[in-house]
Write a new protein. Structure first.
Length: 462
């Protein structure tokens, strides 16, 4: 009776976390730069009907990432409606899929399945990305399938090996070859740790469908890469050499077509992991201590696999400067399994209280975003203050959210071309406060709305 009550209360906590995240999907606008960029790419894909090549703007191919996240969001707004909720919904569902596979995997490993998914759901980076228009949740789903599929195939469930190769294909369509690198790091270190440097090569052919699985993976992802190169020649050279090599090796890479490369101190990915995995990263040192003691002579084989899985993205990006905090996400499912395993039948301390605090934190964050932060990080509010009957211009540069919320209708004005481009008839223009203070061109314009950094002006009206 007591166990059934505990299970029911745990289920309520999990449902509470997921319902809060689901409802929140449509309660705030797409934020610049990442969400609004990918949201605009989905809108462009639907508007142009070009489902092969994602576009950065009309007629400009986006070579920075494969199309999976764009396909996900575009399919959703094609079936339903073009708004924030439905753009984010497929990424939320991808998060649910990750939870389902982790639940099943935990059952097989005799780890508390409910504790595992509650910890995973309430980990900061997972909770944020489970409903954000980005590449990361689709990528995490692919790597989760790959890791689970490999491990279960190694344990004798050979059919799961094919699931693993499908996962690799999903990852390659979400992020590219980096999927294979992270997978190889995690699995390779574990194999050499447990079996030495010679034995794994023989066992791989015996315990995994290596040849047929590889052919399946290539059949699922290679056709798009070939078609993309044929449609826009130069894609493969830029994506493989640039986005998947130069971007990480050279923090000052000048070849980025879509923004500026980040330059973080080497090793920053470990700090990102500690912060992005809150609150459960605080539990990790004690969890590893418990697991080490449980193994008697060290970590058991299963724990070693989860540890290698968790560390694989961190090891890859340790010496990279061009990184984001979301790069740690593929290792977070393993973190959840490690914590759940460490406390076993005793249960993770204060599991439900800590987990629910994440839902409360999200609600408080949404309340706090209602005013200033939303207005500064998205153009939705300021564009809503204008009449749709007049053209709208942006001085110098338009954020991605301006493109999305205007349905691609805003126009750019370069300072040197302003007199020849701006019409004599009434129009709107968005300028920064600094431009407004130092430019007499807008002296006769009327302020319509403003934020801390920019102003919407109505010009040309007598």
């Amino acid at each position: 009776m007591k166990k059934s009550v505990l299970r029911f209360s745990s289920l309520l906590v999990l449902l509470g976390l997921l319902i809060v995240r689901l409802v929140a999907l449509g309660l705030y606008p797409l934020m610049d730069t990442t969400e609004s960029r990918y949201g605009e790419m989905a809108r462009l894909m639907l508007d142009t009907g070009n489902w092969l090549t994602p576009q950065f703007s009309y007629g400009v191919p986006f070579w920075g990432k494969p199309p999976l996240q764009t396909w996900m969001s575009t399919a959703s707004i094609f079936v339903f409606e073009n708004n924030e909720f439905f753009l984010r919904l497929p990424h939320f569902l991808a998060g649910i899929a990750v939870l389902c596979f982790i639940y099943r995997f935990a059952k097989y490993c005799q780890i508390s399945a409910m504790s595992s998914v509650i910890v995973l759901t309430s980990t900061g980076v997972f909770y944020i990305c489970a409903g954000a228009v980005m590449t990361d949740m689709g990528f995490t789903l692919g790597l989760t399938l790959a890791m689970i599929g490999f491990y279960l195939s190694w344990q004798g469930k050979i059919d799961w090996g094919y699931v693993g190769f499908v996962g690799l294909a999903v990852g390659i369509l979400a992020k590219g070859p980096v999927t294979l690198v992270i997978f190889a790091i995690g699995v390779g270190i574990w194999l050499f740790w447990q079996y030495g440097f010679i034995k794994p090569w023989k066992l791989l052919w015996q315990r995994t469908p290596l040849l047929s699985g590889t052919l399946l993976m290539l059949a699922l992802c290679l056709p798009w890469y070939i078609a993309a190169e044929y449609a826009t020649p130069g894609f493969l050279k830029y994506f493989i050499a640039g986005e998947n090599w130069d971007r990480f090796i050279d923090s000052g890479w000048k070849g980025d077509l879509y923004g500026k490369a980040h330059d973080r101190m080497r090793g920053t990915i470990w700090v990102y992991f500690a912060v992005a995995s809150l609150p459960w990263s605080l539990y990790l040192p004690k969890a590893l201590y418990h697991l080490y003691k449980m193994g008697k002579s060290g970590f058991d084989e299963q724990t070693a696999f989860l540890l290698c899985w968790m560390l694989s993205p961190l090891l890859l990006f340790t010496f990279a400067g061009n990184i984001l905090f979301t790069y740690v996400l593929p290792g977070v499912p393993a973190l959840a399994l490690l914590i759940a395993k460490a406390w076993g039948d005793f249960g993770v301390p204060k599991l439900k209280t800590v987990a629910l605090s994440m839902a409360v934190l999200l609600i408080l964050t949404l309340i706090g975003l209602r005013d200033g932060p939303v207005k500064e990080k998205s153009e939705k509010w300021i564009l809503a203050q204008r009449s749709l009957s007049l053209p709208t211009y942006y001085w110098g540069k338009a954020p991605f959210s301006a493109e999305y919320y205007s349905q691609g209708k805003v126009k750019l004005v370069k300072p040197k071309e302003a007199l020849s481009v701006l019409p004599k008839t009434p129009y709107y223009i968005v300028v920064s406060n600094g431009v407004l203070e130092n430019n007499t061109l807008f002296d006769r314009c009327q302020r319509q709305a403003n934020t801390d950094k920019k102003v919407l002006l109505l010009c040309g009206k007598s």
